[in-house]
Structures are given as C-alpha cells and as structure tokens.
Design a protein around this ligand. Structure first.
Ligand code: NAD
Ligand code: DAU
Length: 339
C-alpha cells in the first residue's frame, strides 16, 4: 500500500506519519509539503532515513507538480492534511486559505481521479459546523449539523468539504472525510493555544487569553485522531463523513490554569486581551457514528494527554525555541536553497 500524506511536516500530519510507519511498517509513505511557516522538516528528521518514507517539497495547488508526483508514484491512498490552519491568520489574510485549502484540495482530487486513487481522505474540522451556545450543554455537533462557518479559515475548510462530496457524487471519487475537534500534543506550532501557553509560561511571559476565557473547545490527543483516520481508511464507508472527538470539553481559562499548575507557574501570568473577531463560543463533537460503525474510542484522557504534552515541550525545548527564533527556517535554506 502506498500513501500520499500532504501537510506531513505540520503538527497532525507528522504525528500521522509516525503513527502509520509504526502501525503499518510495510506501507510506503510519501510526504508532500510546501514547508510554509507551519511546516518544519526537522520534525520529520527521525524518519528521513526510513526506506519506506520519502519527503517531497511542493505546493498542493501546483497542478503540474502534483500531477507529475501522482504519475510517478502511483498512490493507492491520499490523506490530505495540507492546509493553512490558524484562525487568527485567516482573519488577517484570507487569500492564501482559499488557495491552499480549496484550490489545493481540488487539485489533489483532480490528480486522484486521473490516476485512479482508491481512497481520497480529507482531514476536515468541526469548525465547519459553526458554534454552539455556551449555556446549552445538551447540544453537540453531529454529521447532520448544517455547515455554518464563522471565520475565513472555517469557510475555506467547509468549501473544501463540499467540493469533496461533490467529487464523490459527480465523479464517483472514493472519498471519506473526518471532522475532528481541537487537537493537542507533541509538535504543535506554538501559535496555537496549548503550545503557546506552555512555551510562554516556561519563559515567564504573559499568557494572552481572548475575551473572558469562557469559550469552550473539545480537546483530543493527536494520536487518538491519527488512530481514527487509520480506522476510517481501512473500514470507513466511501462517501461518508465521520466526526472525531472525545468529550473533553474545557473552557480556555480552565486549560490555561491546568497548564500553569503543571508547570508550577503563577496565575498572574494570565492577561485578558481583546477578543478574536467572530470568536466561536463552543465546539462539542458527538462521536457516536465513528464509535458505533468503526469501534473507534479515544484512549487518552485530557489529564493524561496534557501532562504528556507539557512534559514533551519541556524535554524538547530546542524544537519550539528554534521556531520562535526563526532558526528552523534555516533548515530549508540548507536543504532547498530557499525558504
Ligand atoms: P499545521 O498548520 O500544523 O500544518 C499544516 C501543514 O501543511 C504544514 O506542514 C504546512 O507546511 C503544510 N502546507 C500549508 N500549505 C501548503 C501547501 N499549499 N502545499 C503543501 N503543503 C502546505 O496544521 P495541523 O494543525 O497539523 O492541521 C492539519 C490538518 O488538520 C488541517 O487540514 C486542519 O484544517 C485539520 N485539523 C486541525 C485540527 C487542529 O486542532 N490542529 C483539528 C481538526 C482538523
Ligand atoms: O476545532 C478544530 C480547530 O481547532 C482546527 O480546525 C484549527 O486548525 C485549530 O487551529 C483549532 O482552532 P481554534 O481556533 O479553536 O484553536 P486556537 O489554538 O487558535 O484557539 C483555541 C482557543 O483559545 C480559541 O477559543 C481562541 C483561544 N485563544 C487562542 C490563542 C492563540 C486565546 O484565548 N489566546 C490565544 O493566544
């Protein structure tokens, strides 16, 4: 089995590469990533010498490059993680989100059709469902919840999902989509809430909390997400969408306090700042479908996962310090002559 994993130098993509090489050592994996600011080739260092792994630098929206890659490699399966993924950046500059997340997905699917890929899996997000009211704890996102995107990021991801389903219906492209809640764990770029808190607290810097910190996110340990995608690839029904989440709802301020406590830092580092524009109130996934159909269950509790994550950032300080200082970009210059 030969897999193309796009966005493999990012947070979830790299964890997925490690997971698949461990669980399926006979598979061949090609990682394709444009190494944007969010991609870090140093993350993939441990597998660069693995004979079942190959890294190719390139843009998912570059049609010629994508088609020639598919022609040369003859993939069985494509898993598309490549995306601009940060909501705040999408509010500042939506254009690149549309190019990568929508046109990039279209380009990959066109190649998947042309070269008869057996499965195209789109890594989606629960943000396509908009948000839920804070006071209605009984409400959850199901696969039937209407698409109501709030930010340019979620609108771009929703557009991609619609296109994926359209390619399935119109061209019978064998697709699946997973829509996961907020991930956390090793190798997450320190612009996202959890690694941002950890790295800033370790340097005794202020922790910016948007609004009153009352917004709720449903946290899933990244390896549980990787396992869900693996199960969907093997047993998921073509044309199906699967919500992925583990009922780990926390307010942002609860998450911040938990991390500060684990690090032995004082709460006076917390600084309430201006709220995000259009800030989604609450995300909460109903994972019954993937649980009933595929038997997937999350294995890592929030308490265990967050402890492991904090330990990882303590033990791998150089990884995130290089990102904050910009040094990790030097790696690309060494490898490719430019960023
Ligand atoms: P990330 O930002 O850490 O990684 C994205 C990767 O995609 C980077 O390596 C980047 O270099 C690459 N990339 C960006 N533009 C590209 C392009 N044009 N061509 C090729 N590669 C490109 O993101 P992440 O948090 O790992 O998210 C991965 C996927 O999972 C995204 O599709 C995201 O929407 C989805 N998702 C993320 C979460 C989460 O909590 N992080 C939850 C649900 C779904
Ligand atoms: O739900 C899945 C989504 O989760 C993914 O699709 C996105 O790619 C991923 O980035 C994430 O989106 P969020 O916007 O929920 O994640 P972020 O880490 O940016 O923010 C989490 C919450 O913390 C959110 O309510 C905003 C808040 N926040 C964030 C930052 C960066 C703060 O209060 N302060 C901050 O500095």
């Amino acid at each position: 089995m030969k897999l193309l994993i796009t966005g493999a130098a990012g947070f979830i993509g790299s964890n997925f590469v490690f997971y698949m090489l461990k669980e399926h050592p006979d598979y061949e994996i090609v990682a394709y990533d444009d190494l944007t600011y969010a991609g870090n080739l140093a993350t993939l260092q441990p597998v660069l010498e693995n004979s079942h792994f190959k890294f190719v630098k390139g843009d998912v929206a570059d049609r010629r490059r994508v088609f020639s890659l598919f022609e040369n490699e003859k993939f069985d399966v494509v898993v598309n993680f490549a995306a601009e993924s940060h909501v705040d950046r999408s509010i500042e500059d939506p254009g690149v989100f549309l190019k990568t997340n929508v046109l990039g997905t279209q380009t990959l699917m066109d190649a998947a059709r042309r070269f008869k890929v057996k499965r195209f899996h789109q890594v989606g997000t629960d943000e396509v469902y908009g948000d839920l009211p804070l006071e209605r704890k009984d409400l959850f996102f199901t696969e039937q919840t209407p698409i109501t995107a709030s930010s340019p990021y979620s609108a771009s991801k929703a557009s991609a999902d619609l296109l994926v389903m359209a390619y399935c219906r119109t061209y019978q492209l064998p697709v699946t989509i997973s829509r996961c809640s907020n991930n956390y764990g090793p190798y997450q770029f320190p612009e996202k809430l959890i690694p941002l808190i950890i790295s800033r607290a370790m340097e005794d810097k202020e922790i910016p909390v948007y609004g009153k910190g009352e917004n709720v996110r449903d946290w899933l340990y990244v390896v549980d997400h990787c396992k869900a995608i693996d199960q969907i690839l093997h047993n998921g029904k073509e044309g199906s969408i699967y919500n992925v989440g583990g009922h780990n709802e926390r307010t942002n301020i609860e998450v911040v306090r938990t991390v500060l406590k684990l690090l032995g830092k004082q709460e006076n580092l917390i600084t309430f700042v201006k709220d995000r524009k259009g800030h989604d109130l609450r995300y909460a996934i109903d994972p019954s479908k993937i649980s009933n159909e595929l038997g997937w269950e999350p294995e890592t509790s929030f308490e265990e996962g967050i402890r492991h994550t904090v330990d990882w950032y303590i033990e791998n300080r150089k990884w995130w310090e290089d990102i904050i200082s910009g040094d990790y970009q030097q790696y690309y210059v060494q490898m490719y002559g430019s960023n």
